[in-house]
Design a protein. Structure first.
Length: 385
């Protein structure tokens, strides 16, 4: 079945919201594709993974590591914030594949205490770590600008975890970089990257940066100001071999959590906003706003994302997931509102004006001053059509 939406700027204008019949992915998710049975491409991929010869994939990863292996120096870069996925990849690269990883993190804009502890615990579990801490005022201004213009407050961080890491890789002459999951395939975006094993500048900018080039901000900032957010020159970028762990091993968030807790000191949290999990997205309070922005624009938030993982992992039924989403999705992080107002240098009226300007009124309505899914959309969610 063809997608049932058209895009107009940053808003998704629904003709009729369609939901995957297996998980809770809506047609408003950017770039998602449904087949004739109304199954999203992420669920199609989850089924296809069951027939993949992962042992053969692992053998290929071992050979890839052999190409870059060094006896007396770092030979791979693993971006890691101290969370479950980066910790898992770094541990496996070091202890199972015999590599010498240099781990890199970009400090998030508004780091949490547990995020700080988890990063320190990860480093103390036996890893070399470079922490890039951009000029906080430039960082803040970029976050505010992207919040006001696109409702993407955390996107300067999202961009920097590829651009800044690439700069460090070139500086240290470590051409091999391995990230966690390739999200378009795993979570339901473009199906173009299913067989793409390595990241190039096109996929980096068009998909993972959502088309944003911060070189367009050079009218306001210098190149030095934006160093961590600008792509290296194309000739230099081509020197790097950038891949994702999910291309070589079946992606399993629970497996990653368990290893990160046991081996890398990962601490979990409680009372997370808009979801039921306690082990993911703990690093930064802007992440909670980011997921609320997703709900405002596209009608799905953190509970939907976590439930989809639970469904694909066989840990819950679609019916159970629907009830969780109806209860928890789209919750605004009230406890952090004061932090956001201070960080963006806004008053409450200005803040909500931005939020409201991006609300997708085709699928949302205001109830008691907060945006909620319309009854017809909830009905489609429940039925899975």
């Amino acid at each position: 079945m063809a997608q049932t939406f058209i895009q107009e700027g940053e808003k998704i204008m629904s003709k009729a919201v369609q939901y995957c019949t297996r998980c809770l992915t809506p047609s408003t998710r950017p770039r998602v594709v449904f087949n004739e049975e109304s199954v999203c491409n992420a669920c199609q991929w989850a089924e296809k993974k069951k027939s993949i010869d992962w042992a053969q994939k692992w053998n290929k990863l071992e050979k890839l590591c052999d190409e870059f292996r060094r006896k007396d120096d770092f030979d791979v870069i693993v971006p890691c914030s101290g969370g479950k996925d980066g910790s898992y990849v770094a541990w496996r690269m070091k202890h199972d594949l015999g590599m010498h990883p240099l781990c890199i993190t970009v400090s998030p804009p508004l780091q949490t205490e547990i995020g700080r502890r988890n990063l320190d615990n990860f480093r103390n579990s036996g890893f070399d770590l470079i922490e890039i801490r951009p000029n906080p005022e430039i960082y803040r201004r970029l976050c505010k600008r992207m919040f006001v213009e696109q409702a993407r407050a955390k996107f300067p961080f999202v961009i920097a975890i590829s651009t800044a890491v690439a700069h460090v890789a070139l500086k240290f002459d470590i051409p091999f970089i391995i990230y966690g999951e390739e999200g378009e395939t795993e979570y339901g975006g473009s199906d173009k990257y299913v067989d793409q094993m390595f990241m190039d500048s096109e996929s980096m900018v068009k998909v993972f940066h959502e088309g944003n080039l911060l070189s367009e901000y050079l009218d306001e900032y210098s190149k030095a100001d934006l160093k961590w957010w600008l792509l290296p020159e194309e000739d230099n970028l081509k020197k790097l071999r950038i891949t994702w762990w999910s291309k070589w091993e079946s992606w399993d968030d629970q497996l990653h959590r368990d290893l990160a807790i046991e081996k890398c000191g990962l601490q979990t949290s409680s009372g997370e906003i808009g979801t039921f999990t306690d082990y993911a997205q703990l690093d930064d309070i802007l992440q909670d706003l980011h997921m609320y922005e997703c709900f405002i624009k596209f009608g799905y938030g953190r509970a939907t994302a976590d439930c989809n993982l639970g469904i694909k992992g066989g840990r819950m039924s679609r019916e159970e997931a629907v009830e969780i989403v109806k209860e928890k999705d789209g919750a605004f992080p009230e406890n952090y509102l004061g932090n956001y107002l201070e960080y963006f240098d806004m008053n409450e009226e200005e803040f909500w004006r931005v939020i409201d300007s991006f609300a997708n009124i085709d699928i949302l309505e205001k109830v008691d001053g907060r945006w909620r899914l319309r009854p017809a959309v909830i009905n489609a969610l429940e039925k899975g059509n």
